[in-house]
Design a protein around this ligand. Structure first.
Ligand code: NAG
Ligand code: NAG
Ligand code: NAG
Length: 337
């Protein structure tokens, strides 16, 4: 009788223990799941949803760096002390999922000094974010148009050489050509040492093997996009060359393609085309004109000619990024001489 009672008791205890164990490990597993759903893609650092939330102080207004239509970018500090920027995708926007995938795909595989490095991707069904290196000196846009910043001619040339290196790498240095599609001064970021990093690959296009162009309905920024891209949605590496040409013009004239003086037949490109080479002093950013003016103007004239060669109406007449790198390095060399 006693033996039966004890063995029943024993079995009950055993069953209870098993139930408790199953419950505890289950909870533990679930907790672990919640904390580690984020995938660190091809990078060593893992950043959890919670750490990210803390890093950017709950995505507060004071940490907001900028807002685009696909999401917002915040400044944050990770537990290890590293400053980062966190790009949080706005998943209400239909394109945001695709854009996140493209940026992860593009950035995790690329390594180049002049591309913005991705530290981690955080991806849950209802939260997607990219953790990127923080660029303490902001964008080229900020430097060009703010009154308390001033980039001299060599800085500007070097920044544009670095952008050209980044594009040359995207176009020729990876297993398939990558078209950035949204080249403009606000997507060119400067780090602590003023080294240039091309950023924002949200609408970049990867071309398949042997494919020279692709079609898209997502447009880049008006004023910078090539005619065939704007009119037919046809993107190729030559679209980036066009945008690069427009950016060259903007960087040395400090005039935006969207400036109100441009309308009808007059645009940034035709304005410059009409002034090169004889009336160049009238278009160049006056901050760049000082002593040694004659040599400087000759170089600036070459820069504008190169910009026109980049932004030819017909895509097949445009130079390519390898030629751009060579030409700009020559001009830089002449400036230093
Ligand atoms: C640029 O200027 C040349 C003359 O110097 C002219 O023939 C050409 O049509 C102009 N191109 C544009 C796009 O304005
Ligand atoms: C621009 O293109 C013209 C015609 O192809 C060429 O002669 C000239 O050297 C080019 N200029 C620059 C700066 O690349
Ligand atoms: C030239 C310049 O202003 N560089 C600044 C870039 O950012 C670092 C850190 O914020 C500053 O210390 C530099 O002065």
């Amino acid at each position: 009788m006693l033996a039966v009672v004890f063995s029943l008791l024993g079995i009950t205890v055993l069953i209870l223990t098993v139930i408790v164990l199953v419950y505890v490990t289950g909870r533990y597993r679930r907790k672990n799941l919640v904390e580690n759903v984020d995938v660190a893609l091809g990078t060593t650092l893992r950043v959890s949803y919670y750490e990210l939330l803390q890093a950017a102080k709950g995505y507060s207004e004071s940490h907001l760096l900028g807002t685009g239509n696909l999401g917002s970018v915040y400044r944050g500090t990770l537990i290890n002390g590293k400053d980062v920027s966190v790009k949080v995708f706005n998943l209400q926007q239909q394109n945001a999922f695709k854009s996140f995938d493209v940026e992860c795909e593009v950035l995790r595989n690329l390594r180049h000094r002049n591309l913005c490095k991705v530290i981690s991707c955080c991806s849950n069904p209802d939260f997607k974010a990219l953790v990127l290196e923080y660029m303490s000196n902001g964008s080229l846009e900020k430097w060009l148009y703010s009154d308390d910043h001033m980039l001299d001619i060599l800085h500007r040339i070097n920044i544009m050489i670095d952008v050209a290196y980044a594009l040359e790498y995207l176009h020729y240095g990876y297993s398939m050509p990558i078209v950035h599609c949204d080249l403009k001064p606000s997507n060119v970021l400067l780090d602590e040492d003023l080294v240039t990093h091309l950023s924002d690959f949200g609408i970049a296009k990867l071309l398949g093997k042997g494919e020279s162009n692709a079609y898209t309905t997502t447009l880049g920024t008006l004023g910078y996009i090539a005619p065939e891209y704007g009119l037919e949605g046809s993107v190729s590496i030559r679209c980036d060359v066009y945008s690069y040409g427009i950016m060259l013009m903007e960087v040395f004239t400090r005039m935006k393609p969207s400036d109100e003086k441009f309308s009808g037949d007059l645009n940034l490109r035709s304005w410059i085309n009409d002034s090169v080479p004889y009336a160049i002093t009238g278009i160049i950013d006056s901050n760049l004109l000082g002593p040694k003016e004659h040599d400087t103007l000759r170089c600036l004239s070459s820069v504008m000619e190169l910009a026109l060669n980049c932004s030819m109406e017909s895509a097949s007449e445009r130079v390519n990024m390898k030629e751009v790198v060579t030409a700009l390095k020559n001009i830089n060399f002449q400036l230093l001489a």
